[in-house]
Design a protein around this ligand. Structure first.
Ligand code: AMP
Length: 222
């Protein structure tokens, strides 16, 4: 049973690195942003509520995301553990996660903070694209798809997220960085935080993260 929390500002590389770690540990990725985007696309009540916040770069209220995310964490595929991407994003969420795991006799095992400066993040996000089927992440400058228009993995169209425009990106930084740093502190105090420099090339960041999790380089093909 391994629960790993990936922490990082929007654009730090959580969505790129999460599948690498998931393959290595043989657990699923649970990405809060993907759950919310799926609800928006499906037009559910949750989607309509979440979209009001997402389109402004604000955090969805704790009460809503805690309910949705903890429900997802209880699904059978996460019984052996999971890589948590994008949750928790506030101290209230981190405490709710700890309580839910404790009830099941589980804990957060590791947290990795991918550290990148804000101005670098803003530049990166202008070039970020995701695929419409599964949210696979690309960057037109540093990690482009083989064909500009479709995903290498599932062939679905590649698009820019509506909240990746510069205005919303800046709003996301000012709204989301302070609570993120609070969560970083929360895990640092628990002694389960490791930090990696997210400015390095993708493969180097992956290697450092796998090392932080105690996975030997030969054990996986990334
Ligand atoms: P992401 O794909 O992780 O960048 O998330 C996209 C958007 O979904 C964020 O800008 C927030 O509006 C919302 N969101 C995702 N995860 C959370 C969370 N844990 N708490 C609150 N809002 C969230």
């Amino acid at each position: 049973m391994t629960v790993v929390v990936l922490l990082g500002a929007p654009g730090a590389g959580k969505g790129t690195q999460a599948p690498v770690l998931a393959r290595a540990l043989e657990v699923p990725v649970l990405a809060s942003g993907d759950l919310l985007r799926a609800a928006v696309a499906a037009g559910t009540q949750l989607g309509r509520e979440a979209d009001r916040f997402m389109s402004r770069g604000q955090l969805v209220p704790d009460e809503t995301i805690v309910r949705v995310f903890l429900d997802r964490l209880e699904k059978p595929d996460a019984r052996e553990g999971a890589i948590l991407d994008g949750f928790p994003r506030t101290r209230v969420q981190a405490e709710a996660l700890d309580r839910a795991l404790a009830e099941a006799g589980r804990t957060v095992d590791r947290t990795i903070f991918i550290d990148v400066q804000t101005e670098d993040l803003i530049k990166r996000m202008a070039n970020r694209r995701i695929c419409t089927a599964n949210g696979h992440v690309y960057n037109l400058a540093s990690n482009p798809p083989l064909n500009d228009e479709v995903c290498d993995i599932d062939g679905s169209p590649i698009v820019q997220r509506p909240d990746d425009n510069e205005l919303t990106v800046r709003a996301r930084m000012s709204e989301q960085l302070p609570p993120l740093l609070d969560v970083v502190d929360y895990y640092r105090q628990q002694g389960i935080l490791q930090t990696v420099d997210g400015r390095e090339p993708i493969a180097d960041v992956s290697a450092r993260m796998l090392r932080a999790l105690g996975v030997a380089p030969g054990q996986v093909s990334v």
